[in-house]
Design a protein around this ligand. Sequence first.
Ligand SMILES: Nc1ncnc2c1ncn2[C@@H]1O[C@H](COP(=O)(O)OP(=O)(O)OP(=O)(O)O)[C@@H](O)[C@H]1O
Ligand SMILES: [Mg+2]
Length: 234
Amino acid sequence: MEKDKKYSPLFDKNTGENISRLINSGLINEISGPIGSGKEANIFYTEDDFGRASAIKIHRHNINTFKSIPEYLKLRGKRAGGFIKIIDEWTRYEYETLKRAYSAGVKCPEPYGRSGNVIVMQFIGSDKRPAELAVKSSSFDVDRWYKEIIDDIIKLAKRGIIHGDLSPYNILNFNEEPYIIDFSQALKLSSATRQYLIRDIRNINDWFRRLGLETMKEEQILEMITNEKGNEGL
Ligand SMILES: Nc1ncnc2c1ncn2[C@@H]1O[C@H](COP(=O)(O)OP(=O)(O)OP(=O)(O)O)[C@@H](O)[C@H]1O
Ligand SMILES: [Mg+2]
């Protein structure tokens, strides 16, 4: 029992080992922060050995994190395993989705590396402070942002990806550009998950309508996803 006291209560042993691996590979230097904590994760600021400002997202290995996941894993067609394995698989899926989104040209943090339940990615913000959440922000070009975000939804969907939790709470305003974060609830697009794509579109449309914009019809956006040439107009 005494021995366990040397671990910070925030991290279990396995998380500590994952962090050590990322330190050894040069992706994490000194950890500072925290810069955010959500229902299931803690986010910290770090700079890596290459001098890049990075965000570390750690999915907690605890029972609360665990409870909300099995339903989603089913939708992803993944089987549940042991406790740590489930959360590692959850994190792996988020990281792989972030990689695909980034290489598709979606404005999102550049993924740098992952070990188990720990993701290291580009820090979106300046002076160690994360960029403002879009929901709290007023200084952006509403018309341009709407087009860009809908275009990002289409880019993802054409690659079979749904963000799954898209709203102004998961978009950061960095230098007046909309950066999409938090791909932890991403899903593969299929007839079983289409409702989540529609929910994302609805969240964005509702937000921009509140900002006074005349938004596109849901069906129109869905058509652009099925039609290969669909997003040329955006
Ligand atoms: N790459 C990043 N750069 C800068 N800040 C970030 C980054 N990723 C996350 N953050 C900060 O951490 C907060 C939480 O991140 P994220 O939404 O990914 O985690 P979460 O656990 O899903 O949180 P929530 O439950 O609040 O949605 C963000 O609102 C943002 O302030
Ligand atoms: Mg979030």
